[in-house]
Design a protein around this ligand. Structure first.
Ligand code: PA5
Length: 469
């Protein structure tokens, strides 16, 4: 049987559907194809030269072997799995969990026995404090996976220091060692140093793989495998997509087409990119995408060090929920957005709508229909309404949501990001602007050597009563 696939449907960005002012004409598409052709070869070459190591993750058997080995040592004694991490060290884990595990597992389901996953990607004391109260009585059945590539991220370090102390107090040094897995750089960094000193089990963030491109490494695979997600299918899906996005023919390469369309709209007055899944399972994929797109493509300098201040703004929406909130703006507000819907053809299950109450025959049109029919028709209805307002719409079609198609989706958008970065002539793999905030936090929290910087920040951010109303 053919494996399930994802496909991009780009008909509704064409001028044939929304006119020449807002749609892409066949000539424009052809010239985008010409522009991107040399970039496909360039990106394939970069890959071969080992300059984009995230591309090789789906082929790296050593990673999954190591992940499975660590999982084996812990799965039986784990009812709760807690990821401590932020940004690229958290969003992929959340997205995989929402996509590939049931919303509420049924006691008859195999998933019922798998650990419950918590990803704590914030330092809100109300949230963290209440989580500590919840988890304290369960420590013997809990595993903590602290993830930080650099090992110097304040949020993750603070969370880890709290958990480390709590575990040592409650379970002693050996108990602490048994309950923690550290995922970090193979050789250097603060977390590596702690893990070695404290003799913790470790997993590696491969060299040259940035946080937001790391979900298919141990960063995302460990929590997924612990929770019973089929990581070999996830990686197989990514390999399948690798074949498609390496294709030199623009018209057959979904990442090249996706990037070209996104680039076209950014340069034609539509700098906002809305991802709108019609699937609860895929809702956090839009969050993962938001970071991937924003941190990779929002750049001040191009590759020639010229100031370009470039970058599309990614926005997350959810079908059908946002039909009743943002769609008013999307249709009648500024025509400055490209919409990317995620649509699922076959849901894992279906629910039949009940009969209409006798007193409400006007609801008869819903009676006895499948909920999936309503869901997907609402997607079509929203798309139609947007097209009537000349808003360009792409759709990523999923045959179904499973590990294989999710692997394809992740890889497709990662490589689309590479192509879009190449079209913008920027480096999509760094994040220099995020660093200043990290440094400023060090200063404000009293790190040695940052005293003058702290003074400067305080003087700029001090509350002035004159402006308080
Ligand atoms: O994509 C990125 O590089 C960032 O979002 C990082 O993942 C994030 O800042 C966390 O960094 P680290 O894993 O070093 O703690």
């Amino acid at each position: 049987m053919a494996k399930p696939q994802i496909k991009i449907d780009y008909k509704n960005v064409t001028s044939a559907v929304i006119g020449t002012k807002d749609g892409i004409t066949p000539r424009q598409l052809k010239s985008l194809g010409k522009k991107i052709k040399p970039l496909i070869s360039k990106i394939n070459k970069q890959r071969k030269a080992g300059e984009t190591p995230f591309r090789d993750l789906p082929y790296n058997k050593r990673i999954s072997r190591r992940v499975n080995a660590v999982v084996k040592t812990l799965r039986k004694e784990c009812d709760y799995l807690v990821v401590l991490g932020i940004g690229g060290s958290a969003l992929g884990n959340i997205a995989l969990d929402t996509a590939l595990r049931p919303f509420l597992p049924n006691p008859k389901d195999k998933q019922f026995k798998r650990p419950r996953l918590f990803v704590l990607d914030n330092v809100d004391p109300d949230q963290f404090g209440s989580f500590l109260d919840y988890i304290k009585p369960k420590l013997k059945r809990t595993v903590f996976n602290v993830i930080s590539k650099s090992g110097r991220t304040s949020e993750t370090a603070a969370q880890f220091m709290i958990i480390r102390e709590m575990l040592i107090d409650a379970l002693g040094k050996t108990g602490y060692q048994k309950r923690v897995v550290a995922t970090t750089d193979a050789n250097e960094g603060t977390l590596r140093k702690i893990a070695e000193t404290d003799k913790l089990q470790t997993l590696e963030v491969p060299d040259g793989v940035g946080g937001r491109f790391s979900v298919l490494s141990a960063v995302g695979l460990f929590s997924a495998a612990m929770c019973g997600i089929n990581i070999s299918q996830l990686l197989a899906g990514a390999r399948d997509m690798n074949e498609r996005v390496s294709c030199k023919n623009f018209w057959k390469n979904p990442a090249a087409i996706n990037a070209a369309i996104n680039y076209h709209y950014y340069t034609h007055g539509k700098p906002i990119s809305v991802m709108m899944p019609y699937s609860f399972e895929l809702k956090d994929m839009a969050d993962w995408y938001r970071q991937l797109w924003a941190e990779s493509l929002g750049k001040k300098l191009d590759l020639n060090k010229r100031k370009v201040w470039i970058g599309p703004t990614p926005v997350k929406a959810l079908g059908v929920t946002d039909q009743h909130s943002k769609v008013q703006l999307y249709r009648e507000g500024p025509n400055d957005k490209l919409f990317t819907f995620l649509q699922v053809n076959n849901f894992g299950r279906d629910v039949k709508i009940g009969s209409a109450p006798d007193c409400a025959p006007e609801l008869g049109f819903l009676a006895g229909k499948k909920m999936s029919t309503l869901f997907n028709n609402e997607k079509k209805a929203t798309e139609y309404a947007l097209l009537e307002s000349k808003r360009p719409c792409l759709t990523v079609l999923f045959d179904k949501v499973n590990a294989y198609t999710v692997g394809q989706f992740i890889y497709l958008f990662e490589v689309t990001t590479s192509f879009t970065g190449a079209l913008f002539n920027i480096n999509p793999y760094d994040q220099p602007a995020v660093e200043l905030g990290k440094e400023a936090t060090f200063a404000l929290m009293g790190k040695e050597g940052y005293e003058d910087f702290a003074k400067e920040i305080r003087s700029k951010t001090k509350t002035d009563k004159k402006y308080l109303v």
